[in-house]
Design a protein around this ligand. Sequence first.
Ligand code: NAP
Length: 468
Amino acid sequence: MEGPISNECFDVINPANGEVVSKAAAGHEGDTQEAIEASYAAFQDWAATPATKRAEILIRIYQLMLERQKELAQTISLEMGKPLKQAMGEVKNAADYVLWNAEEGKRIYGKTMQASEENKRLKVIQQPVGPVGAITPWNFPLAMVTRKLSPALAAGCTVVLKPAEQTPGSAVQFFKLAEEAGIPKGVLNLVTGNPAKIGDALLSDKRIRKIAFTGSTAVGKHLLKNAAEQVKRVSMELGGHAPLIVFEDADLEQAVTNILRAKFFNSGQTCISPNRIYVQESVKEEFLTLFKEKVEGLKVGNGLEDDVDLGPVVNKAGLEKAIEHVEDAVRNGANLIYGGNECKVTGCENGYFYSPTILSDVDEAMLISHQETFGPVASIFTFDDELEVVNKANNTDYGLAAYIFTQNLSRSVRVSEGLEYGMVGINDTVLAQVQGPFGGMKESGMGREGGPDGLADFLETKFISTII
Ligand code: NAP
């Protein structure tokens, strides 16, 4: 791997204790242009490489990821604070996407059609879109990388990746093992550093045919506007504000166990984290008692220590946002049932820890009801009937994930069909499945990652008409 043209580096900080974990290359436009040049030069050969050969290399990457699972997980945990057990799970999930796309890449099919004339033959083929610019966030620093890179590679695209400044380490490790697995030079290119400069260089270069982005809706809109200049293809995995509805006919124990995991996993820093938990009025008290009992058992601490359930949030701004949302809610009439304070962790005095928090009696006027908190705060709303709650759940610009808990089959069908979200969990909150299309509607984005749709997003359709 080569260093940046400027020879400059920036510090990567551990949010658990404020210490410098490592230094990363401070890349700019020039570095991005070199990476684009390399990806463009490598594209024709990679696109022409048989899918079975591309799959062999991807499978080797998958194997190396599992061999280095702990090493990769430690980097993730050090750079963004996630408990090691969760980071190990992320590496496995990230590797599973590589394996699935390796296999799926062998099954890129075309079509033939019946022509209207005797001497005509009509067919459709699928071809890679071209060199791709991929931009990823810090909250799943490895899984977001492989969810883009593995379908791109399997489809025959080359890539320039810009990972988040907070978390470059696992991407660097991934690139080293991809090289070891036999990825040809120029097929995968990594530029860490200045987001606007790298992003603008990717957007303005005609050789980059697609931008694949995961991150906030605000940055997504900026990229979309600029990608329109050259009508570049885009996939946008953006922010969310997931409703989770608990009906009175739900198995409350099942609901609470799932909510605990979905809400506090990654300290609430997931795009599909339940931001609005709607509980039917008739079961509110029972729900709150069960939920509080479970939340009291969660342990906050340094992610590298054993048995920690919640690590720090990613930085000072993340901590301040959680504080602001809770203060605003309480000031406007919400009930603080549990938590609601910064946490002191021995040995990590400079860390950004926030207690797992439960608020009840939250309403639509509060900040937390329409902004992503991206922190460990569970907001409980109540409702009386089905139509009312579906309307409330849909009353947002976001449309990524929604969840319902009910034992009533007809209701589960009605409500899942009525929710304006790209993904709906019924008595289930684990939606990132390699086989399934992950992605959102409305301002949560466009395009899907995972499943056959994930691969299709990196393919162009070409119609070929022949007179024989
Ligand atoms: P972000 O601030 O939008 O950053 C995402 C990526 O974009 C980072 O690599 C960032 O670089 C880069 N970036 C920032 N400004 C840019 C610019 N002007 N041009 C090009 N790139 C730019 O989001 P985040 O805070 O890292 O991630 C959290 C957000 O991601 C949340 O909204 C969450 O819901 C969303 N998310 C969505 C999904 C999904 O699948 N839908 C999954 C995970 C996360 P730097 O880090 O260097 O600033």
